[in-house]
Design a protein around this ligand. Structure first.
Ligand code: ACM
Length: 527
C-alpha cells in the first residue's frame, strides 16, 4: 500500500528515465523514417496526375556531358526520342549508349510486374534519373514524365539558359484505364499525315494510346485500297464545302501507323458502315440499291445513305475492304462504325454488321463499333463506343461487351467551348463543353448500368464537319484532350478542379514551345 509513496524521489527518477528513453527513440525513429525536409520543388504540376509522386529535399542538375543509357536495345528508340527533345534546348550532345549507367538511365525490368503493362517508376537521386518499366511502353511513359520534371523551356527548339535542375524523389505510376483515345474525323475534312504527326506527338506526351481514325463517311473515303481503287480516286476527291479532299496512300498510311506505334499509340481504323457510305456509293455504283451514282456529298447532313445489303457486291465489298484494312493494321482493333444507319432496315443492319464482324474476326482482329452495335447483339470480345444513348452501351455491357466512353456532352471535341467562343468553328448540338466540363466527370461512374470493370476507357472525338484547318483542329482538341488523358490515366481519388486548372496553366508555355495551337480558355490562369 505504500509503494507509491515509499520513495518518491526514486520513482521520479525512474519515470524520467522512461520518458527520456521514449523521447530518444522517437527522435531516432523520426530521423530514420521520416522524409527529409521540404522538397526543393514539389511535383504537383504533372499532367496526367501520377498515381504517386514524392519529392525529397535534394536536387539533380543535368550536366553538359550527360549521356542517356539503356539497359536493353529495345529501349534505344525511346532514348533517342528523349534525346531529340532535350538536345535543342539544353545544347547538350546527350549521346545514347547501352552502358546501363549515366545521368539518365532507362531500364527494362520484366520482373517488375507490379508496374503493369504501361506503368513505370522514375527515381531521381543527386547523381541522376532512372526510369524503370516492365515494358517499353512503361519506360516511354516514364520519359514523358521526365520531360515534365524539367522547366517548360526544356521543350524549346532553341538553346535556353538552364540550369536543368530537378528535385530528387520518386514517381510510381500507371494508368487507370487501358484505352485512352482520340478520334479524328479525316473524312469530313481531310487532314494529311504531317498534321496527324503533330497530334500524335502531343497525344503521346500526355499518355494517350489510341488514335482512332474515322477514315470513311458520306463526304469522303480517305484510305487507298488495292481491292477498290475507285474508293479514293472518286470518293477521296472532295470534302465538306467542296474542297479537294485527299486520301492516304497505302505508303502514307503505313508510315503513319508506324510513327504512332513508335510513340505507343495504336491506330484504330474505322470503316463506317452500313450508313455514312455516300462516298463508297458514289465510287462503286454496284453498292447502291437504286444502281444510281449519287453525287459527292459536300454538305453536313447525316443519315442519308446506306449500303445495299443482301446483294453479292456488298458482301464482297465488306469482306475485301475489311480484310485489306486488317492486313494494314498491326493493332488489335478494327472499328466498323455502325452508327446512325437511318436508311437501313433493322434486319439489313444486322446482316451488314454480321458481314463486317465475320471479316474482322476472320482477320484475327477485334470488333469495335459505335454504341448502335448493341442492336446487332454486341457481346463478349467486342467493344462498343458510347456517344449518346446510355441504354445501348448498358445493354451491350450486360451481354459482356466492353465500353469505351465518348459521351458527346463531355468528349465530343467539335463542341464549342462556350457561346462566346471567338472561333467560327465547331458546333454545339450536345451543349458547350469547356475545359472544365470535358474533364469533370468520372468514367467509372458515368453509366449507372455499366460497372467500372466493363469500362475499357475514354476517347475524345473530334468531328470535322465544321473544322476545316489544322489551326482549328488543334484549337478544338487542345487542351481538352489533356483532361480526357487525365481521366483515362489518373486515379479517381484526388480529382480536383482547382488543382487541375492550376496544373493545366503550366502547359500553355509547352504548347507555345511546340508551336501547337490550344484554346486559351479564360477559366485557366495560363502562365
Ligand atoms: C456519331 O456521333 N454519329 C457516332
Amino acid at each position: 500500500m505504500y509503494r507509491g509513496t515509499a520513495c518518491p524521489a526514486a520513482t521520479l527518477v525512474r519515470r524520467w528515465r522512461v520518458v527520456a528513453r521514449l523521447l530518444l527513440l522517437l527522435l531516432i525513429g523520426a530521423s530514420c523514417a521520416a522524409p527529409p525536409r521540404g522538397p526543393a520543388e514539389p511535383w504537383t504540376h504533372l499532367l496526367p496526375r501520377p498515381a504517386s509522386a514524392i519529392t525529397t529535399d535534394g536536387g539533380f542538375t543535368l550536366p553538359p556531358g550527360a549521356a542517356i543509357s539503356v539497359s536493353d536495345p529495345t529501349l534505344e528508340p525511346i532514348a533517342s526520342m528523349l534525346a531529340g527533345t532535350l538536345r535543342p534546348s539544353t545544347g547538350y550532345a546527350l549521346p545514347v549508349s547501352a552502358t546501363g549507367s549515366g545521368a539518365l538511365v532507362l531500364t527494362l525490368d520484366a520482373t517488375r510486374t507490379d508496374l503493369g503493362d504501361e506503368g513505370y517508376e522514375l527515381t531521381v537521386t543527386s547523381t541522376g534519373l532512372t526510369v524503370r518499366g516492365a515494358t517499353p511502353a512503361g519506360v516511354f511513359y516514364g520519359t514523358q514524365t521526365v520531360r515534365q520534371l524539367f522547366p517548360a523551356s526544356i521543350e524549346s527548339a532553341t538553346v535556353q539558359p538552364g540550369p536543368w535542375r530537378v528535385s530528387t524523389g520518386t514517381v510510381r505510376d500507371g494508368p487507370r484505364f487501358a484505352w485512352r483515345g482520340l478520334m479524328v474525323d479525316v473524312a469530313r475534312h481531310f487532314f494529311g499525315p504531317a498534321e496527324l504527326h503533330r497530334v500524335i506527338d502531343v497525344m503521346a506526351h500526355f499518355k494517350l494510346n489510341r488514335l482512332h481514325l474515322h477514315l470513311t463517311d458520306d463526304q469522303g473515303w480517305r484510305l487507298q485500297l488495292d481491292a477498290r481503287p475507285a474508293l479514293t480516286s472518286v470518293g477521296g476527291a472532295t470534302q465538306v464545302g467542296g474542297g479537294p479532299g485527299g486520301f492516304y496512300s497505302k505508303a502514307d498510311y503505313a508510315e503513319l501507323v508506324q510513327y504512332a506505334a513508335q510513340r505507343f499509340v495504336t491506330v484504330v481504323p474505322e470503316i463506317d458502315l452500313p450508313g455514312h457510305t455516300n462516298a463508297a456509293l458514289a465510287s462503286l455504283p454496284e453498292l447502291d440499291c437504286d444502281g444510281g451514282v449519287p453525287p459527292p456529298d459536300t454538305g453536313t447532313m447525316v443519315g442519308l445513305s446506306s449500303l445495299c445489303v443482301g446483294v453479292p457486291a456488298t458482301a464482297a465489298f465488306v469482306h475485301d475492304v475489311l480484310t485489306e484494312v486488317a492486313a494494314m493494321t498491326p493493332g488489335a482493333w478494327i472499328h466498323l462504325g455502325g452508327d446512325e444507319a437511318k436508311q437501313t432496315s433493322p434486319a439489313d443492319y444486322q446482316a451488314a454488321i454480321a458481314l463486317a464482324r465475320d471479316a474482322i474476326t476472320a482477320s484475327g482482329k477485334q470488333v469495335i463499333g459505335w454504341e448502335e452495335l448493341a442492336r446487332a447483339d454486341a457481346g463478349p470480345g467486342e467493344i462498343v463506343q458510347h456517344w449518346l444513348d446510355p441504354a445501348l452501351p448498358t445493354a451491350a455491357a450486360t451481354h459482356g461487351a466492353k465500353v469505351v466512353l465518348s459521351p458527346a456532352r463531355r468528349a465530343y471535341l467539335d463542341m464549342q467551348y462556350a457561346p462566346d467562343q471567338p472561333l467560327d468553328v465547331g458546333t454545339f448540338w450536345a451543349g458547350y463543353d469547356d475545359v472544365i466540363t470535358s474533364w469533370d466527370w468520372d468514367p467509372g461512374q458515368w453509366l449507372p448500368g455499366v460497372p467500372e470493370t466493363q469500362v475499357l476507357g475514354v476517347e475524345g472525338a473530334v468531328w470535322t464537319e465544321y473544322i476545316a484547318t489544322p489551326d482549328q483542329l488543334e484549337t478544338m482538341i487542345f487542351p481538352r484532350a489533356l483532361g480526357l488523358a487525365e481521366l483515362g490515366w489518373s486515379p479517381s481519388s484526388g480529382h480536383s478542379t482547382r488543382d487541375y486548372v492550376q496544373r493545366l496553366a503550366d502547359f500553355g508555355s509547352r504548347f507555345d514551345a511546340w508551336g501547337v495551337r490550344y484554346f486559351p480558355a479564360a477559366t485557366v490562369p495560363w502562365r
